[in-house]
Design a binder for this molecule. Structure first.
Ligand code: NDP
Length: 325
């Protein structure tokens, strides 16, 4: 089948796109710029790739052309950055309107069988409950974000963008339930994503995606910051979860999945860079926080999560950062 994938120039999107091709799908990948589209084609090449430019994913009819002929949609494009000036315009609108334009395009097609949406643990965590030691978040949890709180700071703005976008997708599914050939929706909610930068992504050391930038900051700063959201997953596992989410035989109906490999701290990441492993001591501040139970997807996929050590080492290698191991 043919998969329309957005955000294929991104840290996560590039890994998903490469894996889709490996697993025999044809892809149609969307980019904001010709330069990133070209880099992607140069690295991944081949007959199974079509690329198209969608300069503004919030524009009316943004995906109406790109959707034609697609059997599946994987929508990853969404801003994950705190370098913004306007929370609504720079974070919330692209996330929510981008998702709205995508579901409108899907509604206009009779061919799409499934939408896979990259949501986030940001749409799951409840920031009003604090560190919540002992609590294991699951798919049942939702961030209780509202439009006023969203504008308080950039972190809430990002959480709101992901929460409202995922809700918009579920609203589309719910309001079309029982109306003939509505596609099903699978949402994937990852916490902090680490791991290697794919060569097909438009990412350089000077223009890093947010989570890789935070990782690099931790290993280069003398005194790592406290870790306020100490849960992670490797980008390759998140990519595989997106690909598996297209398997309608395995997942027959709409589902929400959290993905998580375990806990981390910035201090532990620095230790891994310096000596190859993290001590129990550097990991212990994470015990004061909630965890995530990814049992639902573990049972479905039989996944063995990539460890923090491999994730960090492969991230550093891909960025050409010399670690002492
Ligand atoms: P990147 O910044 O590397 O990728 C984001 C992608 O979305 C890029 O392709 C980017 O396009 C596109 N994009 C960003 N802003 C806009 C916009 N305003 N209009 C159109 N396209 C836009 O980050 P990630 O790969 O990490 O993020 C991918 C997805 O994963 C996002 O939905 C993010 O919320 C989610 N996520 C990421 C986590 C992480 O730790 N990395 C954790 C949880 C969820 P371009 O290349 O042109 O900039």
């Amino acid at each position: 089948g043919t998969v329309l994938i957005t955000g294929a120039s991104g840290f996560l999107g590039s890994h998903i796109a490469a894996r889709l091709i490996d697993q025999g799908y044809r892809i149609r990948a969307t980019f904001r710029s010709e330069a990133k589209s070209q880099l992607f084609r140069n690295v991944l090449g081949g007959n199974n790739i079509e690329t198209c430019i969608v300069p503004d994913i919030t524009a009316p009819g943004a995906f109406m052309e790109a959707i034609v002929g697609a059997d599946f949609v994987v929508h990853t494009a969404s801003p994950f950055t705190f370098k913004i000036t306007d929370i609504d315009k720079d974070l919330i609108q692209p996330a929510v309107q981008g998702t709205a334009r995508m579901v409108e395009a899907v509604a206009s097609s009779s061919k799409v069988k499934r939408i896979v949406l990259t949501s986030s643990f940001a749409a799951v965590v409840d920031p009003t409950k604090g560190q919540r030691a002992g609590h294991a978040y699951t798919e049942e949890d939702w961030n209780p974000m509202n439009p006023e709180k969203a504008l308080e700071n950039n972190l809430f703005g990002y959480q709101a963008s992901k929460t409202f976008a995922e809700k918009a997708a579920w609203d589309f599914i719910d309001s079309n339930a029982g109306k003939g050939k509505t596609p099903s929706l699978v949402t994937i909610c990852p916490p902090m994503i680490f791991g290697p930068v794919h060569p097909a992504a438009g990412i350089t050391k000077d223009a890093l995606n947010e989570s890789s930038a935070q990782l690099l900051h931790a290993v280069t700063s003398p005194d790592p910051a406290p870790t306020r959201m100490p849960v992670f997953v490797d980008v390759r596992d998140v990519a595989q979860a997106h690909v598996d989410a297209l398997d309608i035989a395995k997942i027959p109906s709409s589902e929400r999945y959290v993905v998580c490999a375990g806990k981390f701290t910035w201090a532990a990441i620095k230790e891994i860079c310096e000596s190859g492993t993290a001590t129990t001591e550097s990991m212990s501040p994470a015990d004061d926080y909630y965890s995530i139970s990814a049992k639902k997807i573990e049972d479905m996929m039989g996944i063995k999560w990539i460890s923090l050590q491999s994730s960090v080492q492969d991230a550093l290698r891909s960025l050409d950062v010399k670690s002492k191991i």
